[in-house]
Design a protein around this ligand. Structure first.
Ligand code: MLT
Length: 235
């Protein structure tokens, strides 16, 4: 197979910096592009925009967290375009009533104190040991400030309105990597085990000492898992 395009989808308040290590590590294996998921307030519109702007007809697709929600929507809209799928620290579930209330409370807080929302998110996003790593907290905070309060509101509206993707998982037939941090506090290991059980051609990778932001917290291991997955697509 010729060198494929790899489309990387970031999560909430994240941009290309979320994938910086993997973009560099995989450059010889794939043409890497990171999508912008900050400009629409529904998952279906975000997915259509990604598809409209995709660099090629066919591509390998990896999404982390909200990026995974969008990737699952792309599997509904255009499965024939996806050579392989990687779902990192994500979930096929829609929000529970409790999760919806939590989001609405966060949005109300972000109206008047966005910096406090970012500070409150950090302990949920990162493994407790990584909270003391300033290079990590700085990049997460810098990304959040670059995207800003407007993108936060749009992304939260998109996630609030997302549908449950579980019934479509059995139709996914491309080689699929499922990866999560063992201590992911936002999308726990159990929902990844569920994804791996429902998607036929899938492999589950669980990383120790890792929270929700696996691509930043365990960059080499995530790059290696993606490399093996890309090699699987090529074989
Ligand atoms: C994300 O990291 O994209 C979000 O935290 C996911 C979510 O809030 O469901």
């Amino acid at each position: 197979m010729h060198k494929p395009h790899l489309l990387l989808l970031p999560g909430l308040l994240s941009d290309a910096r979320l994938w910086q290590h993997q973009s560099a590590a995989l450059a010889e294996l794939a043409y890497v592009t990171v999508a912008d998921l900050s400009q629409a307030d529904s998952i279906s519109e975000l997915a259509s925009k990604v598809l409209d702007q995709a660099p090629d007809e066919h591509f390998a697709l990896a999404g982390l967290s909200m990026g995974g929600y969008v990737a699952l929507e792309i599997m509904r809209q255009a499965p024939q375009r996806v050579l392989g799928l990687a779902l990192l620290d994500t979930s096929a579930h829609a929000d529970s009533e409790e999760a919806k209330q939590g989001r609405q409370a966060l949005m109300a807080k972000a109206e008047h104190d966005f910096p406090a929302v970012i500070a409150g998110l950090l302990p949920k996003l990162l493994h407790p040991e990584h909270l003391a790593d300033e290079s990590l907290t700085e990049v997460v905070t810098a990304m959040a400030n670059s995207l800003g309060q407007g993108a936060f509101m749009r992304q939260q509206r998109a996630m609030l309105g997302r549908i449950d993707s579980r019934s479509g998982l059995a139709q996914i037939s491309c080689p699929t990597l499922i990866l999560c941090g063992r201590e992911d506090a936002i999308t726990p290991l159990a929902v990844h085990e569920e994804l791996a059980a429902a998607i036929t051609d899938s492999q589950l990778v669980v990383l120790d000492d890792c929270g929700h932001l696996s691509s930043l917290e365990q960059p080499e291991q995530v790059a290696q898992a993606l490399e093996l997955w890309l090699q699987r697509l090529a074989s």
